[in-house]
Ligand binder design. Structure first.
Ligand code: MG
Length: 306
């Protein structure tokens, strides 16, 4: 008999990951979306990233957005950074949860943050020291954990090695990113086999799936059945795949919530409020989003008979 959790912790990533992969939107719209999400019952939100504005113009107003946004006491807000400088800015802006991204694929890391994977890992200890001095937690996000658009398959043993290095550097948590939607249930199992035999097993683990090839919910269930209870999701599925224009990106939060609640698994999220935020996300980016639950409504919403 499969052991399933009573509760799953979702981190909403639309304000950062979602909007970073869309054409830039006005600061006021970002704040409106962030505030709407803060009122849905979500307990974790990735709010902004502190990256160079030339590399990512979408996040140039990160500090301004965060300054104006509602901060709900029950919500753990986080900021993503590509390097120590970004981490410093995130701490200065008042964040107490920091995510540092490092790609398992060296080619992807160079494309994403302009240096090799080893260089990013070497900086982790400094990031952890700085953050801990400021009483903030650090999560290492391992991008391209399930495959790389430049290198193809990524060896799970390599990802497990990065988890071990991150643990040795003192990070508080670790996340695995399916950056371009290359994961399948088999690859989720292979990755967990490799990681759970390493020394990083004590760290809380989160998985970030993309629905680029339609496997996101299957991957999530597979990981959940192996004991993973933390997942990223993006309202409305906001944020396309950066390597496949027009394709879906992040798994939609309302699709995850809709499925889990029907299975009796709690998320703390009010699905109706979340659908309202998804509709707002759609309005903000000015196009129809790729979410089945947003388009069709929840399965409990009946159609009037003719
Ligand atoms: Mg993503």
């Amino acid at each position: 008999m499969m052991h399933r959790p009573e509760q799953v912790s979702l981190r909403e990533v639309a304000p950062r990951d979602g909007l970073q992969n869309e054409p830039p939107v006005p600061t006021g719209d970002k704040i409106r979306l962030l505030d709407a999400l803060s009122r849905t019952g979500l307990s974790r939100i990735e709010a902004v990233s502190f990256v160079h504005p030339r590399a990512v113009p979408q996040m140039a107003d990160a500090a301004e957005v965060w300054e104006a946004a509602e901060k709900h006491p029950g919500i753990r807000y986080s900021a993503l950074a590509p390097n120590l400088k970004g981490v410093q800015r995130a701490l200065d802006a008042g964040f107490s949860a920091i995510e540092l991204v490092v790609s398992a694929s060296d080619t992807h890391n160079r494309a994403n943050v302009g240096r090799g994977t080893d260089e990013s890992i070497a900086e982790l200890a400094d990031v952890v020291q700085l953050a801990h001095e400021r009483l903030a937690e650090v999560e290492a996000i391992i991008a391209t954990s399930f495959g790389c658009p430049y290198e193809g398959d990524v060896d799970p043993a390599r990802v497990a090695g990065i988890v071990d290095a991150a643990a040795a550097a003192g990070v508080d948590r670790v996340a695995f990113g399916d950056t371009t939607g290359m994961a399948t249930p088999r690859r989720v199992n292979d990755l967990l086999d490799a990681v759970l035999s390493g020394v990083g097993t004590e760290l809380p683990m989160l998985m970030h799936f993309h629905d680029t090839r339609g496997t996101a919910l299957a991957n999530l269930l597979t990981a959940m059945d192996r004991g993973v209870v933390e997942f990223d999701a993006s309202v409305g599925g906001l944020g396309g795949c950066p390597y496949a224009p027009g394709a879906s990106g992040n798994v939609a939060t309302e699709e995850v919530v809709h499925m889990l609640h029907d299975m009796g698994i709690e998320t703390g999220v009010d699905l109706d409020a979340l659908l309202g935020a998804a509709a707002l996300a759609q309005e903000v980016v000015g196009r129809e989003l790729e979410s089945g639950v947003l388009r069709a409504g929840p399965r409990t919403r009946l159609t009037e008979r003719p």
